[in-house]
Design a protein around this ligand. Structure first.
Ligand code: CA
Ligand code: CA
Length: 121
């Protein structure tokens, strides 16, 4: 289990789905993870190469209950420079449960694109 400098485990309440990427461009690989509530978190690496240390997570995407953005739960993340502008973006898959008010419901997933607006971190 990964630990933060404080000695606490690096993790989320449920459904952690990490990817490794240098989110802030400092040459150290960070962790970015989706969570069960639909939020996405960044664990900044403040260690050094070969000896990572991860800070308390910073929320990059609000959870589906905090913001009425239409995104669902169980966020699964991919990080890439989607538009080749030198800034990383997030592609987030989710799960949506559509309830029509009856006992029946349908499940479906969407892919969300979160564009990076600046590199000031
Ligand atoms: Ca980094
Ligand atoms: Ca980009």
């Amino acid at each position: 289990m990964l630990e933060a400098p404080s000695g606490q485990s690096v993790g989320l309440s449920a459904y952690a789905m990490p990817v490794a990427a240098d989110w802030n461009g400092d040459g150290l690989i960070d962790l970015i993870s989706g969570a069960k509530d639909g939020a996405v978190y960044w664990f900044k690496n403040t260690g050094k190469k070969g000896a990572p240390k991860f800070e308390k997570p910073e929320q990059l995407v609000e959870n589906s209950e905090a913001e009425d953005l239409g995104c669902g739960t169980q966020a699964q993340v991919e990080v890439c420079d989607w538009d080749n502008d030198g800034k990383l973006e997030l592609l987030v898959g989710d799960m949506n449960r559509k309830n029509s008010g009856t006992p029946e419901f349908s499940l479906h997933g969407y892919v969300w694109f979160y564009q990076r607006l600046n590199l000031a971190l």
